[in-house]
Ligand binder design. Structure first.
Ligand SMILES: Cc1cc2nc3c(=O)[nH]c(=O)nc-3n(C[C@H](O)[C@H](O)[C@H](O)COP(=O)(O)OP(=O)(O)OC[C@H]3O[C@@H](n4cnc5c(N)ncnc54)[C@H](O)[C@@H]3O)c2cc1C
Length: 445
């Protein structure tokens, strides 16, 4: 933890900026949705920044970076704070830099936009829709999450069925970052260079600008299809994913009893049925109905984009919103993030853990192929049992991005990314950015 004198010096030096020292506000702005994990909950709940700074411009970010280096104070960047694994929780105290007032759209053209990091995704799409475009992908926290936070800590969401996950080449075209050197620099990264910062939890640069590729926007209808049998629903999801003639944005499949947690949708979710929650172009609904017939499904809910915009979007029951709804009914529930890759594997796990793991699939493109991934739910009993379940998935060839760790490398890739580490050595020589999150750095120092 930084000494009080260093914090006081920093506060004096930056008192002309928006600065928050009220403990209630600090507590709120130090935490995220880490408590979805019973492993992270006790580890993170007491963590607090010493102060929060809310810059409005890149020039203010540079002033903050310079002062943090001068007094050797840790700095953790925060967008909307909707991450699930404590990505923006300041483990070593210091400054939380809140980007939500850096929310200008700098340029918006057909196919491409340049934005500040604090721009909220749904607000951006409202503007982009006026010229017929939208973000290629967005998480189910679309209404609240920032674009910078999605790149810093997210992975994919609606739209990933067409464009893959954020990490796929081309899904972020360019970035500007501010470094934490004695004299902070602005560095522009383009093309593959952006991967040094993409999904690095803000450990190696403060993103101040992003160039994001866009997708053509369609009027997205929202549809629920129910099935007698879970594998029928899963096979339907794969078939829809493979149907190039049907334009879609979301294919989310839920094994019974997960639908019981979707209380606002209960009128459309008959007992004992597994369900598909979909977003499909309004122009392709006839073709969709034919596919539903082929897989013996029943459409119980269909809204045009205009009708759907008046209530809660089905998006907010998918991806990790499924976990949110389930936990409102039963707070012992937690989740995994699983890359099943094949439906054979999905069926295997469905039968292997009949009363312990409830399968929730999200279809998306991965290296050019539509595959099933998912965020299955399970009731937490002990850390040892959770580890056994994860190990079993991995032994069977599924890959788990562990949502029960805040360490960058231990969550997804399981290996130290030499590019991200080398970039951190260059831009954050004192290790002040989001300390204790990058294992590669901590093992080296
Ligand atoms: C109910 C629920 C559903 C979710 N669904 C999804 C989903 O569908 N897909 C998905 O990918 N995620 C999902 N998430 C996780 C999260 O909401 C998203 O990843 C979201 O995009 C994060 O944005 P944020 O603005 O809240 O970022 P934050 O949580 O504030 O930050 C995320 C990370 O990025 C870093 N960061 C933020 N801004 C910057 C910056 N300017 N420069 C450098 N680093 C920065 C932070 O330090 C932190 O490490 C979900 C979370 C919840 C609670």
């Amino acid at each position: 933890m930084p000494p009080a004198t260093a914090i006081n010096n920093l506060i004096n030096e930056l008192s002309h900026l928006e600065l928050i020292t009220d403990p209630v506000q600090i507590a709120k702005l130090s935490l995220d949705y880490y408590y979805f994990s019973p492993i992270l909950e006790p580890k993170l709940k007491e963590k607090r920044a010493d102060l929060v700074l809310r810059p409005q411009t890149e020039a203010e970010v540079i002033q903050i970076a310079k002062a943090c280096v001068k007094y050797k104070i840790p700095l953790t960047v925060r967008g909307a704070g909707t991450g699930n694994y404590g990505q923006c929780v300041p483990l070593a105290g210091g400054v939380v830099l809140d980007t939500t007032k850096m929310n200008r759209i700098i340029n918006l053209a057909k196919g491409i936009a340049t934005v500040e990091p604090g721009v909220k995704m749904a607000a951006f799409d409202k503007k982009a829709a006026k010229i017929g475009w939208e973000l290629r992908m967005a998480p189910s926290t679309y209404r609240t999450a920032t674009i910078g936070g999605f790149i810093g800590g997210g992975s994919g969401g609606m739209g990933s069925i067409n464009y893959g996950v954020l990490r796929e080449r081309g899904n972020v075209q360019g970035l500007r970052i501010v470094t934490l050197e004695d004299e902070p620099q602005i560095i522009e990264l383009r093309g593959d260079e952006v991967q040094q910062v993409n999904h690095a939890y803000g450990t190696n640069g403060i993103i101040t600008e992003l160039e994001m590729p866009l997708a053509p926007s369609y009027p997205w209808a929202e549809i629920i299809v129910t099935f007698d049998d879970f594998m029928q629903a899963a096979n339907f999801g794969q078939a829809l994913g493979n149907s190039d003639g049907i334009i879609k944005k979301l294919i989310s499949i839920h094994a019974w009893p997960i639908p019981t947690y979707f209380i606002p949708l209960k009128d459309y979710l008959p007992v004992n049925k597994s369900v598909a929650l979909l977003m499909v172009s309004e122009y392709d609904l006839e073709a969709l109905s034919d596919l539903v017939k082929e897989y013996s499904g029943d459409i119980t809910y269909r809204k045009t984009q205009k009708e759907a915009s008046k209530g809660t979007s089905l998006l907010e029951f998918t991806w990790n919103h499924t976990t949110l709804h389930a936990r409102s009914t039963d707070p012992r529930l937690t989740y995994l993030q699983t890359l099943y890759l094949t439906l054979e594997r999905v069926e295997h796990f469905y039968n292997h853990f009949p009363n312990e793991v409830m399968i929730h699939l999200e279809f998306f493109k991965f290296a050019g192929k539509v595959i099933p991934g998912g965020l299955p739910l399970l009731s937490f009993t002990s850390e040892a049992r959770l580890d056994e379940i994860i190990d079993y998935h991995e032994q069977q060839g599924a890959s788990i991005s562990n949502p029960h760790t805040y360490i960058l490398e231990d969550g997804g890739s399981k290996v130290i990314d030499p590019l991200q580490l080398a970039f951190k050595e260059r831009v954050d020589p004192y290790g002040l950015l989001n300390p204790q999150k990058m294992r590669g750095w901590d093992e080296k120092t």
